[in-house]
Design a protein around this ligand. Structure first.
Ligand code: SF4
Length: 378
């Protein structure tokens, strides 16, 4: 039985203690959370459970809104200006989550919310939920909580003592771009100022942000520049990208859907900047005239500029190895370690160290021999 089949079956039977109102809340509040999807997400039909990249292998999170009522006006969001509410109470949500956790359906919680009026009121409810989960149920696992735009320093600080990760969504790469999508959020005060506060707090899994990609005519260059700024100034752990998809009944329902590949290429690029220490200048060199990434793998495109000829795996620096497509952090470290015991003489050894030869071959030389020249092969 798949995870979503389990949820559907359990919610249709005894799982929700036959409290039909709570069952429908789980479905509607989880579905309403669709713009908080993360790149590593594999949302179920219910939108309730997704796989998180949080340092714990295979961590499944129960992802939900506290309420779907919202007075904000984000043009892409099905909850914008939503009057008819569906909302948990803190004890209800804590009990629902712990029910899933105890049945081994989820490992952690990802809590976000609409903002009916004052963000502080809902922040308080979300914090109360976490307090119940932590103290009454003694849950010690992973919790990611969204900070609501405009939340106070004190409530963010309290949340930082209960969750491993906090995040606040930028949604767009600049004040001007956001103002085309929402007239109620102040980019600098409601979001950037809160990110600065977050950067000074002690969170074991750091803080993150998210962009809705393609909702506001922004280019990839604008997103990547902002992301670079965020890494350097606020120490964000990572960015998430959510390809825009129009929802019926929203102001942007007629807008074209953003191709998923654009989201994937942004993830690839962010990974190169964040994990492999690529320079933003290298990325800018591979953008098209419109400032967008191409459909091709960004690591291959950067490598074509970076290497004029294949690099010798026996003398390449760690950074050079990381620039080779098909060589990642693990295989680069293995190569460096292996070289301490003598020269690498066969391509087969690279394969054994985890190198993907069909991607790396064009860029590397082993024992003085290379498959083909970089230009010829790629
Ligand atoms: S703040 Fe914006 S994105 Fe978030 S729930 Fe409200 S309308 Fe939707």
């Amino acid at each position: 039985m798949t995870m979503q089949e389990k949820i559907v079956s359990l919610s249709a039977h005894s799982f929700f203690d036959r409290e039909s109102s709570r069952e429908s809340k789980v479905v509607s509040l989880s579905r309403a959370n669709q713009y908080d999807t993360c790149g590593s997400a594999a949302n179920t039909d219910l939108g309730a459970i997704y796989r998180a990249e949080n340092g714990q292998k295979g961590c499944l999170l129960f992802k939900t809104l506290y309420t779907n009522q919202c007075s904000f006006d984000c043009k892409y969001c099905i909850n914008a200006r939503k009057e008819k509410k569906s909302s948990y109470t803190p004890p209800e949500l804590a009990k629902t989550f712990m029910g899933l956790y105890r049945r081994n359906l989820v490992d952690g919680l990802f809590l976000s919310s609409g903002i009916p009026r004052d963000p502080e009121i809902i922040m308080e409810k979300m914090i109360e939920t976490l307090e119940i989960v932590r103290s009454r149920y003694r849950f010690g696992g992973y919790i990611h909580m969204k900070v609501l735009p405009g939340a106070s320093y004190d409530s963010i600080k309290r949340a930082s003592g209960l969750a491993q990760r906090l995040s606040i969504n930028l949604e767009a790469p600049s004040k001007d771009r956001l103002s085309c999508l929402s007239g109620t959020k102040d980019y600098r005060i409601d979001i950037l100022r809160r990110q600065r506060w977050l950067s000074g707090m002690n969170l074991s899994h750091g803080h993150t942000t998210q962009f809705v990609v393609g909702a506001g005519d922004e280019s990839d260059l604008e997103i990547l520049n902002m992301l670079d700024f965020e890494h350097k100034n606020f120490g964000i752990q990572r960015g998430y990208f959510s390809a825009f998809s129009p929802c019926r009944g929203t102001a942007l329902e007629g807008r074209e859907k953003t191709e998923k590949l654009r989201e994937v290429r942004l993830y690839n690029t962010d990974f190169l900047l964040r994990k492999y220490n690529f320079n933003i200048r290298e990325i800018k060199e591979i953008l098209g005239e419109d400032g967008n990434l191409s459909r091709e793998d960004p690591k291959v495109l950067v490598a074509r500029n970076y290497f004029v000829k294949p690099v010798d795996v026996n003398s390449a620096s760690y950074d050079e190895l990381l620039h080779v497509p098909g060589i990642g952090e693990v295989s680069a470290k293995r190569i460096v370690e292996r070289r301490k015991r003598g020269l690498i003489k066969r391509r087969r050894e690279l394969k054994e160290m985890g190198v993907v030869l069909r991607r790396a071959d064009a860029f590397v030389k082993v024992n003085g021999w290379s498959q083909r020249g970089v230009c010829e092969y790629v």
